[in-house]
Write a protein that binds this ligand. Structure first.
Ligand code: TXA
Ligand code: MG
Length: 329
């Protein structure tokens, strides 16, 4: 199959919508990362997504709607507190779990009684869902286990020849996936941290949320979404986390020949002398996935991440993705 590149021009969005309506799968930009879309009711199209991504069948998909009204067509009920949250954070980088409507195919929710729903804010995603006239399932448009795509070229690297088209909308403005929350029972939970933070959710609702950050938290009762059990967001290079400047000095002394990318969540003190084999860049949500992909292209042997523990709470999404990338399972 020849994977077409489409622009964000309305004529091209209509071409993409026709492809989706005829059972094809098409990648499109959202403000978080690119999604790989199929019409939610079209089981054979949804099957194509799992095949193209080589995604495990036990990892459910997010249903993307254009507005709150469309959410009603895919859920059994919209509890008042969740409606209140949706009014504030949707459209945006938030995904909520609902009791599923009977019409949601099993393959979409991996057999679970719930369905995950999000309203993307990106104008192209909005226009596409409206042009199709139906909600779209859309996992991130990467090969399973690779970092999510934040640019159209990342999708070609992973899925060229496996999908019908890519709508090229440039770089995604957020850069990591949406925050996934569960509010069907207390305690309310953040199953996947993202740019919408626990502090924002708690301030807005006046309720407590338990957050899953890493496997460590799972041991303490926080619950990850099914996708969190896979080694995600992983480049080929090994990713190791360092929490003190002393540890970084150790790395500088120990590895003198290897090519190392140092990603730092904080500005490093100016007195630190960086050896020549080490390239330093800032660690941000916006740039992380591009950096992980480029590290592989540039033959980086080690990605050293400087992330002091006191930065974790304020950078929960970033910390979660780094700890997943660093896991060796
Ligand atoms: O920002 C995003 O959320 C992007 C863009 C394209 O919208 N999408 C995305 O989809 O990241 P995906 O499939 O790569 O990740 C979906 C996550 C997975 O961790 C999955 O396990 C979880 O959401 N999820 C989906 N349905 C669920 C459900 N019913 N219960 C628990 N977790 C669910
Ligand atoms: Mg994904």
């Amino acid at each position: 199959m020849n994977t077409k590149t489409l622009s964000t021009h309305p004529d091209d969005i209509h071409i993409a919508a026709d492809l989706l309506r005829s059972g094809e799968i098409v990648a499109f930009p959202t403000e978080t990362v690119y999604g790989l879309g199929a019409v939610v009711w079209d089981e054979s199209a949804v099957q194509k997504i799992f095949k193209a991504k080589e995604r495990p069948a036990d990892n459910p998909l997010i249903v993307h709607c254009a507005d709150l009204g469309q959410i009603h067509s895919v859920v059994r009920e919209f509890p008042p507190l969740m409606y209140h949250v949706a009014q504030n954070f949707m459209p945006g980088a938030l995904t909520m779990l609902f009791e599923r409507h009977d019409n949601i195919p099993n393959i979409v929710r991996a057999g679970l009684p719930t369905v995950a729903v999000r309203i993307p804010a990106h104008p192209v995603a909005q226009a596409l869902i409206r042009a199709v006239g139906a909600p779209l399932v859309a996992p991130s448009a990467n090969r399973s286990g690779k970092p999510s795509p934040t640019k159209a070229e990342h999708i070609f690297d992973d899925l060229d020849g496996r999908i019908s088209a890519v709508i090229d909308g440039g770089q995604c403005s957020i850069g990591i996936e949406s925050t996934v929350i569960f509010m069907l029972e207390t305690p309310y939970r953040i199953l996947r941290p993202g740019s919408i933070s626990k502090a924002e959710l708690e301030a807005y609702t006046g309720q407590k949320f338990i957050e899953y950050l890493s496997n460590n938290d799972a041991e303490h009762g926080a619950m990850p979404s099914p996708g969190m059990k896979y080694r995600h967001y992983a480049p080929m290079a090994s990713v190791r986390v360092y929490t003190t400047l002393q540890e970084l000095h150790h790395v500088f002394h120990r590895y003198k020949e290897e090519r190392i990318l140092l990603l730092s969540v904080n500005t490093l003190p100016s007195e630190i002398v960086i050896p020549q084999n080490i390239m330093v860049e800032n660690l941000t949500e916006y740039s992380l996935y591009e950096q992980l992909r480029r590290a592989d292209d540039n033959g980086i042997w080690l990605i050293a991440v400087y992330f002091p523990p006191e930065e974790r709470e304020n950078n929960a999404g970033l910390w979660n993705r780094i700890s997943k990338a660093a896991e060796s399972i």
